[in-house]
Design a protein around this ligand. Sequence first.
Ligand code: PRT
Ligand code: ZN
Length: 284
Amino acid sequence: MVLRVAIQKSGRLNEDSMKLLKECGIDIANGVNKLRTEASNFPIEVYFLRDDDIPQYVEDGVADIGFVGENVVYEKNKKVEVVEQLGFGKCRLSIAVSRNEVYNDVSYLHGKRIATTYPVIVRKFMEEKGVNAEIHEISGSVEIAPGIGLADAICDLVSSGSTLFMNGLKEVETVLKSQAVLIKSSDLNEEKQRLLDKLLFRIKAVKRSKNNKYILLNAPNDKLSEIIGLLPGMKSPTVLPLAESGWSSVHSVLKESDFWEIIEKLKEAGAQGILVVPIEKMII
Ligand code: PRT
Ligand code: ZN
């Protein structure tokens, strides 16, 4: 029994998907020009597909799970379950209009033509907002539609915003925030579910290690309780005596997002020789 995993063959999600499997300790032969490959050390088979086809393959049970953007999952609207956010491929699906337009709120879009490759998501958004817009489905180069008079607005994926900028457009509404997710078929048998749980355990450990840092610092003993109070740690910080009397070494784990703020406070409280190191895997 193997778990069949669908990932993007080439494109923005391919490299990060392969990297995540590798970080989970799964060795996969590089799939260039291959449709399918197996791992040597985990019961997994990888299918390389176009991202748009992944939800369908998972719904049909041709693949058991898939790595794909949330934007594609919601647009295709197949019977699949989103199991875990993967933390890469982050972008947003946004509405943009010509930079010269005066845009106050979504009512601007009443009676306007919106070009997009995401008609399902856009239609739902317009319904929720009570806006009656005309949705033009096109298959690519959405950003040029207003310039050539094909539409008044567009709805497309944005990450840095430079594509919109270069085409004289401005972002006015965020329809969806998206990232790569793991989806699964709704009827996995018990054995495949067990393999998925094993993979998920590893994925979560990898994700956690990326969001956390290991910190070591030296603290004068009279400041120890104040410094320990600033550190969250997994349970509580480890405190070891230094060879120099009156000093201790404190070890703990910090969330990447709290990092700079806590470091500043630690310094103010008298911590010295602060070392911050990446965590390879984090199991809790
Ligand atoms: O061949 P296949 O069909 O598999 O690939 P594809 O060409 O349809 O998809 P691909 O590889 O472009 O994107 C795959 C997934 O990556 C998307 O479904 C998103 O989930 C995610 N992703 C993240 C992005 C972006 N960021 C992104 N910036 N997908 C596309 N873009 C495009 C966007 O469409 C626009 O043209 O990049 C441009 C905007 O980028 P900025 O940086 O200029 O704002
Ligand atoms: Zn695609």
